[in-house]
Design a binder for this molecule. Structure first.
Ligand SMILES: [Zn+2]
Length: 289
């Protein structure tokens, strides 16, 4: 089966042709501009490729409910050109194939669960910490959706006692994303994270916030593996700091051998599929059609 896959991101669209095993035959990256301009290039890439279906992992918020009249439409987003854009139906119409859509983080969670770092787990999650903070989940083989899709980056966290930064989320100000995304780090400390490597307090505070979120996700979703990546996690020390802080915050309350100082190294882990998690997840999503 020849499948089209798109990871539709806020800065770039990754398009690929592959199959149900997750193998990719051909791939391209397109800068995200206005919807029509971006999709012209997407159509050119898939033209004549013979795909018989398409899977999309999109930036959000996006309507992921197949029974909804606005299924596949981008919803309220600071990217105003895209608000209300019927991404999935435009793709289906121009490429003359059936499609399926979920969030970029949900499909990345699916790919890491089926092909990557969380293969031994029925229930796992994928978190990305970069320009924004997003997380997706896989529960018994399918992505976590319901009322809408999860918005785990926007949970409320307890403020660090030394943090006087107001927060950057336009909706909630000091939610997790408002306090711990890449732009929040830059706004708080006056420099991008990559220039702050030597300042331990930066990463300690970051771990304090991310660990609170992860402890909350553990209490609610009970994931068997937590994959965490994104630009901020390029600071390799973050893994150690987060694991230590998660254990400190949970304080022995959750009984699992994975939550001990040794096994936690195999529990909160980096992605195995790197930059291809999104697009491979979109391939796997299309298999559900
Ligand atoms: Zn928020």
């Amino acid at each position: 089966m020849k499948i089209g896959a798109i990871e539709a991101g806020g800065t770039k669209f990754v398009c690929a042709i592959g199959d149900e095993t997750g193998a990719i035959y051909n791939k391209t990256t397109i800068d995200t501009r206005k919807p029509e301009e971006t999709l012209e290039e997407v159509y050119d890439f898939f033209q004549g490729s013979g795909i018989d279906r398409i899977g999309v992992g999109s930036f959000g918020p996006v309507d992921v409910k197949p029974e909804s009249a606005t299924y596949g439409q981008i919803q309220q987003t600071p990217k105003i050109d895209w608000v209300g854009y019927p991404l999935l139906s435009e793709l289906e119409h121009h490429l003359q194939v059936k499609g399926i859509i979920d969030t970029d983080v949900n499909v990345a969670a699916l790919a890491e669960n089926k092909l990557g770092a969380a293969q031994q787990s029925d229930n796992s999650m994928y978190i990305t910490v970069g320009t924004g903070i997003g997380a997706g989940g896989v529960i018994n083989g399918t992505t976590l959706t319901g009322l809408s899709h999860p918005e785990m980056g926007h949970i409320t966290v307890r403020r660090h006692p030394d943090d006087h930064y107001a927060g950057s989320c336009p909706y909630h100000q000091d939610c997790l994303e408002g306090l711990a995304s890449g732009p929040a780090i830059e706004a708080r400390w006056g420099q991008e994270g990559r220039f702050l490597e030597a300042r331990h307090e930066v990463w300690e505070m970051e771990a304090y916030y991310l660990a609170q979120a992860i402890a909350t996700y553990i209490y609610i979703l009970s994931p068997q593996t937590i994959v965490i990546g994104g630009g901020v996690m390029k600071q390799q020390r973050m893994y150690g700091l987060i694991r230590q802080e998660v254990l400190r915050q949970i304080n022995g309350y959750v009984s699992s051998s994975k939550l001990d100082p040794h096994h936690v190294n195999d529990y909160i882990i980096p992605p195995a599929l790197g930059d291809e998690a999104g697009v491979k997840g979109a391939l796997l999503l299309a298999c559900q059609l």
